[in-house]
Design a protein around this ligand. Sequence first.
Ligand SMILES: C[S@@+](CC[C@H](N)C(=O)[O-])C[C@H]1O[C@@H](n2cnc3c(N)ncnc32)[C@H](O)[C@@H]1O
Length: 333
Amino acid sequence: MRALDDELTDLAGHYRRFAEVEAAGVSPRYAELAAAVAGDADVLGFLGMLPAPKRQANLLLGALTFLHGGPPADGAELREWVVGDADRLRATMLARATQTNEAARCAALLPVLSTLPGPLALVEVGASAGLCLYPDRYGYAYPTGRVGDAGSAVQLRCTVTGDGPVPTRVPQVAARAGIDLDPLDPADPDDVAWLQALIWPGMEERRDRLAAAAAIAAREPAEVVRGDLVEQLPALVARMPAGATVVVFHTAVLAYLDAAAREAFVETVSGLPVRWLSQEGVPVLAGVRDRLPEPPAAEESRFLLALDGEPLAYTAPHGGRIDWLPAAAALRR
Ligand SMILES: C[S@@+](CC[C@H](N)C(=O)[O-])C[C@H]1O[C@@H](n2cnc3c(N)ncnc32)[C@H](O)[C@@H]1O
């Protein structure tokens, strides 16, 4: 009994932190809902019966949104949905994982991809539904001009500061493939609805973009291998077409791995005949962070874009902004 009480106290702390740190200022609705969970013994009791990784706020709120077509209006409705429909909610939370997929992250990848000799074979680790595997199928608006498919249903606007490569066209892609622990199918309406449910309230533009990118991916399916990215990478790279520049890339993925697995990944990718393009939170890859010309701000929330471990830019976590670092100037044509 004592252990369960401790667990619930911890859980309440997780939801309070989510309300006060993660959601505050970004999604008032999620901040209010998470704060309500932190004070509701019945909802905490429901969560406490789930395996630990399944108790997190993003998963609960995503599952409720998925099952009801939108988030609860307030703490009272959340409680009603949890207590009154516990079996369906539990099944959804056990079956699904938090794995957002954001095509807008391609706007930071494209300038670097455009400097590599084509055709490219794109291999994305942690691909989710693979929506970042189609940088050549989207349209882009940079301060320097428009690039890519102006008729695409996915149009990405990107602010740029500093001196870096300026893409004038999208790369030729000879192959696209990915790896994910739990690949989602962009042609499956349930999988797309799940990804949309993971987008926080107030970010409707992201929801529309996701549906449009999923439709593009569904028309031209890429193989996404189910499995661990360290274990599966060498075999997948070996299957890429001869004559193509193989680019192994990842965005918002390695934070899910522990330190030993991240090290194993860096060692594996560094030993393969590939170019390695990473876009991750600043603390995630110590080897990249240590090569920054100046120490990052303690509260730095932007991602770091790096090619072969060399940091090139800070980028917005969900896309839409590139702040080039001095090393990127060398990539200008
Ligand atoms: C936040 S999502 C990012 C998806 C996509 N890269 C993007 O930027 O939109 C992280 C993805 O990494 C996957 N993932 C986490 N750990 C993994 C591992 N060890 N091996 C393969 N995939 C993993 C998750 O399943 C999830 O789909």
